[in-house]
Design a protein around this ligand. Structure first.
Ligand SMILES: NC(=O)c1ccc[n+]([C@@H]2O[C@H](COP(=O)([O-])OP(=O)(O)OC[C@H]3O[C@@H](n4cnc5c(N)ncnc54)[C@H](O)[C@@H]3O)[C@@H](O)[C@H]2O)c1
Length: 388
């Protein structure tokens, strides 16, 4: 029962959230190393959850350290590839935040290094661990609505959350990838999992229409919150860039259509300036429908038939991650301590990213994009991981 040593690369908000929860749950897990180029993030980690951890000057020496068994990566998305590959090459197991990487080449390179290393890999698809989504999946698998025919799902963000994204590193695709990839790869992963098939073709439209200089007037119109913080600037920390005048190359609204190989069709909608934040799903099956929203914590089902009534299912969770963080940490700890295979892994990360890449290509070109060539490349690296 020896303790497991953890090295953390990227000590920002999410890095610290997951580490703090992991350590809270299990004394045999020890954070022994930290690396982050921003001293403020390192200090916040030392102060809040990892006092006594060694601070490394670069990630390569952290992954090479013999007292580190698992490497946890929560850096900007563009660095996930090099950091995960270095960890695999050093013989370490890896937990990496979503999205896997910012382009297909990087995702496939990570898959190759993972296969060669024989190590474990877990990806931070927090929503897959939420009791809310697990209940929906259980209802689907239990035949509550028959077979899925079509669905719609969305992620509309609180206006302050949108302002945060438009002000921090996520506003630049060279660091984060596109908005769809960075923010909504969770939702695409959920749809892939619920539908149980792989996307065959996609279409998409989107643009940057709200967070532009002419709309700066809305900061004044909305005023300040109870803490005296300006509208659109209340979310997260350490962001000083004006979300309306910032230089950026992401969209603030996007719609998407996905057709899966099993014939199921889905539409997705995201918007970064919403009065009613939602992460809603409406799934229509041959025998009924499910309507759910994780933010409100609601799940409703109704069977098709004369006089049928809606049934409400209460799983007791609500809010952004729907209780997923604590469950993720429990299951990640089981992988770290008892070698239980991770609940969400590289294939899930790769598939969700590939659908995002195809959707963004569709947005850019204005064409319907087939995923055939993407899946051929995936198959060459990972073998038969595709579902019809
Ligand atoms: N699973 C989830 O629900 C969830 C939620 C939020 C963020 N995330 C993911 O977590 C990661 C971090 O996001 P965040 O919200 O913590 O952002 P953040 O801005 O709070 O923290 C990012 C940290 O990465 C550091 N960093 C930048 N370049 C680095 C490098 N080369 N090496 C190491 N560290 C580097 C920054 O200095 C910063 O401290 C991203 O991949 C993001 O997509 C996941």
């Amino acid at each position: 029962m020896r303790p497991i040593g953890i090295g953390v690369i990227g000590c920002g908000g999410m890095g610290r959230t997951i580490v703090a929860e992991l350590l809270r749950q299990n004394e045999r897990l020890q954070v022994r190393g930290l690396f982050d180029p921003d001293k403020r993030s390192v200090k916040a980690a030392l102060d809040s959850c990892c006092p006594g951890a060694k601070v490394y000057r670069d990630y390569r020496s952290l992954v090479a350290s013999s007292d580190i068994d698992w490497v946890m990566i929560a850096s900007w998305n563009c660095y996930h590839r090099e950091q995960a590959i270095a960890a695999f090459e050093a013989g370490k197991d890896v937990f990496c935040q979503k999205p896997l990487a910012t382009n297909l080449e990087d995702c496939l390179a990570m898959c190759r290094a993972w296969k060669k290393s024989g190590r474990m890999f877990s990806i931070g698809f927090t929503l897959r661990y939420s009791p809310h989504y697990r209940k929906i999946k259980e209802l689907l698998d239990g035949g509550t609505i028959g077979d899925i025919v079509s669905m719609e799902f969305n992620e509309t963000l609180d206006f302050n959350h949108g302002g945060y994204i438009m002000g921090d590193w996520r506003r630049l695709t060279k660091y984060a990838g596109t908005h769809l990839l960075e923010k909504c790869c969770h939702d695409i992963d959920l749809a892939n999992w619920m539908v149980g098939s792989d996307a065959s073709r996609v279409a998409s439209f989107g643009g940057l229409d709200f967070f532009v200089p002419r709309n700066r007037k809305h900061i004044k119109r909305l005023g300040k919150n109870e803490k005296g913080l300006e509208a659109y600037r209340t979310w997260g920390g350490m962001v000083n860039v004006d979300p309306f005048t910032s230089h950026k190359d992401i969209v603030d609204n996007q719609v998407a259509i996905i057709e899966y190989a099993n014939g199921v069709r889905a539409t997705f909608h995201t918007n970064c300036n919403s009065g009613i934040p939602e992460r809603r799903m409406y799934i229509v099956g041959t025998e009924g429908a499910i309507r759910a929203d994780v933010i409100a914590g609601t799940i409703e089902t109704r069977r098709i038939g004369f006089g049928t009534k809606s049934e409400k299912v209460d799983v007791g969770v609500s809010g952004g991650h729907g209780g997923g963080d604590a469950v993720l940490c429990r299951e990640l700890a089981a992988s770290m301590l008892d070698r239980v295979p991770p609940t969400t892994g590289l294939t899930d990360g790769l598939k969700s990213a590939a659908v995002c890449f195809a959707l963004d290509k569709a947005l850019e070109t204005g064409r319907v994009v087939s995923l055939q060539s993407y899946w051929r490349r995936v198959k060459r690296v990972l073998g038969s991981v595709l579902h019809r």
